[in-house]
Design a protein around this ligand. Structure first.
Ligand SMILES: Nc1nc2c(ncn2[C@@H]2O[C@H](COP(=O)(O)OP(=O)(O)OP(=O)(O)O)[C@@H](O)[C@H]2O)c(=O)[nH]1
Ligand SMILES: [K+]
Ligand SMILES: [Mg+2]
Length: 412
């Protein structure tokens, strides 16, 4: 039996099983079994090389955004509108068959936008080009889920389920569960608050399913079995997703209003003439292109830092662009971005901008920078170098020549 059939079989068993206190351990184990199979499904088949069919697009610019959606929702039309790169659009489904990159110039940064083939239900199991499309989405910084405003909102749930099945978690943060595998010592289970979804026995059984017998688990929130499985699997990708409702020119203004008020959602129309004709862009929530770009920028969490040479103004068209993936952007990240050896020469930095309490503020490597800050690096002088001799070449430093080298006969 193939992996997909096994997943289907377990899903059927779960559907048959009534949910109650007595079955909760069994259901938990079944969930873990499915998660394991799905992870297996993601491993590329032996002997095959991934991609090779027009999907491998080189990363470019300061960030990457993928357009995901059902066929004919207007992904290609949107790419053409936002980037100027032409991507074929037509009224029939599956017009786009490969990955087509374009570039958005916004806030002095370059953002790579990727048009992709439409995906359909079952994409996570390999239907259509689902696997390749999903792999590209995983390589992106954020996802724009393009939806047809005139179609059922069920599409959004189906797509979310497909992306979740391959380990993508949209607009969620990692569960607050500390989990550490150990070599010995058995199983320890703790929580900092009362738990309502998981108890020690259930956790033990899930770990048993993964053949993990020594581990430390600490719940820091009232997490679910699914959260626990995500933490054990350890391969989940947490991504921001913007729901983009396109074609609002074909629906009524009340429906536009409802969609626009949903969280993480933007309403647009690529058919500008129709949108103006219906008076849709008179609506305050629908300043189309700019609103979408602004939302995208916000969700990407990029930080522009301008380098200020001493006694000069910085080049305000050429920022250092950093991401806040790891919870923020430190002075240390900024220095490392400029040069990987710079950090040991830095005495302190001067920071101007919203992160600074004074103008300028003296900051160390652990200071968090904000978007549009200006930074001047002040280096150590050579004599302040703590005698580490960074300017000396090691090979000519007599103290560093080993005894063995001294004794070695000179080569002629
Ligand atoms: N009314 C209306 N039609 C639109 C809008 N945007 C796109 N379309 C039309 O929708 C159809 C599909 O557009 P595409 O850009 O090819 O859609 P796609 O999502 O790239 O389609 P596939 O590549 O086949 O998955 C085309 O006929 C477009 O002209 C819009 O905002 N309003
Ligand atoms: K199409
Ligand atoms: Mg297309």
């Amino acid at each position: 039996m193939g992996i997909i059939e096994r997943i289907k079989e377990i899903e059927a068993e779960m559907a048959r099983t009534q949910k109650n206190k007595a079955t909760e351990y069994h259901l938990g184990q079944l969930k873990a079994k499915i998660a394991k199979l799905r992870t297996q499904l993601l491993e590329p088949p032996k002997g095959s090389s991934a991609g090779g069919d027009g999907f491998e697009v080189t990363k470019f610019g300061h960030g990457r955004v993928a357009l995901i959606g059902f066929p004919s929702v207007g992904k290609s039309t949107l790419l053409t509108m936002l980037t100027g790169t032409h991507s074929e659009a037509a009224s029939y489904e599956f017009t786009t068959l490969t990955c087509i990159p374009g570039i958005i110039h916004y806030n002095d940064t370059k953002i790579q936008l990727l048009d992709l083939p439409g995906i359909i239900e079952g994409a996570s199991e390999g239907k259509g080009r689902g696997r390749q499309v999903i792999a590209v989405s995983k390589s992106s910084d954020i996802v724009l889920m393009i939806l047809d405003a005139s179609k059922s909102d069920g599409h959004r749930q189906i797509l979310t389920k497909e992306l979740e099945a391959v380990g993508l978690r949209l607009n969620k943060r990692p569960p607050r569960i500390y989990f550490k595998k150990k070599k010995v010592g058995g199983f320890s289970f703790n929580s900092t608050l009362p738990l309502t979804h998981v108890d020690e026995k259930l956790c033990y059984q899930i770990l048993h399913e993964y053949k993990i017998h020594n581990a430390e688990v600490l719940f820091r929130e009232d997490a679910t079995v699914d959260d626990l499985i995500d933490v054990i699997e350890g391969n989940r990708k947490y991504m921001k997703c913007i729901y983009v409702y396109n074609k609002i020119d074909v629906i009524g203004i009340d429906d536009v209003d409802k969609l626009a008020r949903q969280p993480n959602s933007v309403v647009i129309s690529c058919n500008l003439k129709a949108a103006h004709y219906h008076g849709i862009y008179a609506h305050p929530k629908t300043i189309p292109r700019l609103r979408l770009l602004a939302k995208m920028w916000e969700e990407m969490g990029l930080v522009r830092v301008y380098t200020k040479p001493q006694g000069q103004q910085p080049d305000f068209t050429d920022p250092v662009v950093l991401s806040t993936d790891r919870g923020g952007c430190l002075v240390e990240d900024f220095c490392n971005h400029i040069h990987r050896n710079l950090i040991k020469d830095v005495k302190y930095v001067l920071v101007w901008g919203t992160s600074a309490r004074h103008r300028p503020q003296h900051c160390g490597l652990g200071h968090f920078l904000h978007d549009e800050d200006m930074v001047q690096i002040v280096k150590r002088k050579e004599k302040e170098d703590g005698g580490r001799g960074r300017f000396k070449s090691h090979s000519t430093d007599p103290a560093r020549i080993s005894d063995r080298e001294k004794k070695a006969p000179l080569k002629t």
